[in-house]
Design a protein around this ligand. Structure first.
Ligand code: NAD
Length: 347
């Protein structure tokens, strides 16, 4: 069953339930101003319906900004399933697929936390409006290498702005998180001659990455305070906060993690210390560009993705230039510049 709820700042909010499979979840469409709302499906053990609704509303708004920053003809949406991902069943996924199908293409889903390409294939048995598939004519597969390429491009733009050079040889980068994106980012940085200092809560991943990239391991609780020109948060959100910011020694923050700032005030804390912060949803937009090629059924995937990545770099350059001119945080400038793209056209 799919039931419409009210959400004053969003176009649509739906509760999705299915007694047979035990599915309970939500779908939020924040904005379809630029195109169909697109954003992943997350499964998480929320404490309450209120917590699930707050998450889906917040995440779908974030997708509007991420898609607009990447200049994609897509709006912002998101879906969540309440529950531990280990309790996921094909019946649950198919029920969510049927709910997505009833929205008739106003919302497109893909993977997020707790989901895999195999889960997307299950959903695809019930709806056309799903991306992030491993096989099929336009399948986009793992977005992480493209996300890493976008972060790498952004990092070079930031290096130029902060240190007046874009040559990475001899530059030290501290990378937090060596998962799908972090590892590929390390690969690109290593190839470009950067010196790497790495941390991950997973000791095996840390040892492997240090061997792969001739890198030094750091304490996972102190990686943010490493002596380096660049700090790259590529693990979890909220790592830039009132405790860590005073301890940072890098002059540039360029990473893939979503929601790196614990609060909006943390952008001001970074600016006050002269640390250049690259807005996360612009830096990590490569992943949604990769997925968009599947949603938009782009025939010439590689050149299309490359052109969109270039455009994302131009947007980052513009945001940093405006921020420098106004002596403002790039995070706030990004919200203003990208927010304008989401306003209804005059006339
Ligand atoms: P992942 O799960 O593959 O990797 C995360 C890594 O971080 C893991 O190796 C994990 O062990 C490590 N980790 C977890 N907590 C840590 C901590 N406190 N300190 C150090 N390491 C820690 O995830 P991913 O796909 O590489 O994504 C990384 C981040 O980038 C996430 O925030 C994700 O939301 C964001 N992101 C990913 C993509 C993508 O294409 N995968 C796109 C946009 C944004």
């Amino acid at each position: 069953m799919i039931t419409r709820l009210s959400a004053p700042h969003h176009e649509e909010l739906w509760r999705v339930t299915d007694d047979a499979s035990g599915l309970r979840g939500y779908i939020a469409l924040h904005s379809t101003r630029l195109g169909p709302a697109a954003g992943g499906l997350r499964m998480r053990a929320y404490d309450s319906d209120e917590a699930a609704i707050a998450d889906v509303l917040n995440l779908s708004r974030g997708m509007s900004f991420k898609n607009a920053a990447a200049d994609l003809p897509l709006g912002g949406g998101k879906a969540v399933i309440m529950g531990d991902p280990r309790t996921k069943t094909p019946a649950m996924l198919r029920a969510m697929g049927r709910a997505i199908e009833t929205l008739q293409g106003r919302y497109w889903t893909a993977e997020d936390m707790g989901m895999s390409p195999a889960d997307m294939a299950e959903i695809a048995r019930e709806t056309r409006y799903v991306a992030g598939l491993d096989s099929g004519p336009f399948a986009s597969g793992d977005p992480s290498p493209v996300t890493a390429q976008g972060v790498f491009n952004a990092l070079k733009i930031g290096l130029k702005q902060r240190y007046g050079r874009d040559d990475l040889s001899g530059t030290t980068v501290a990378v937090q998180g060596l998962g799908h994106v972090g590892w590929h980012l390390c690969r690109l940085l290593h190839e470009a001659g950067a010196r790497l200092i790495l941390a991950d809560t997973d000791a095996a991943k840390l040892a492997q990455s240090c061997a792969d990239f001739d890198a030094t391991a750091a304490d996972v609780t102190r990686i943010h305070a490493t002596e380096a020109e660049v700090f790259a948060p590529c693990a979890i959100g909220g790592t830039l906060n009132a405790t860590t910011i005073p301890e940072l020694r890098a002059g540039l923050i360029a990473g893939a993690a979503n929601n790196q700032l614990a609060t909006p005030e943390d952008a001001d804390r970074l600016a006050a210390r002269g640390i250049l912060y690259l807005p996360d949803y612009v830096a990590n937009g490569g992943g949604i560009i990769n997925v968009a090629a599947e949603i938009l059924r782009i025939e010439t995937r590689a050149p299309w993705v490359a052109a969109r990545l270039d455009a994302l770099g131009t947007t980052m350059t513009r945001i940093l230039a405006h921020a420098a001119a106004k002596d403002a945080s790039p995070a706030h400038l990004a919200d203003t510049i990208i927010g304008e793209r989401l306003l209804p056209r005059a006339g």
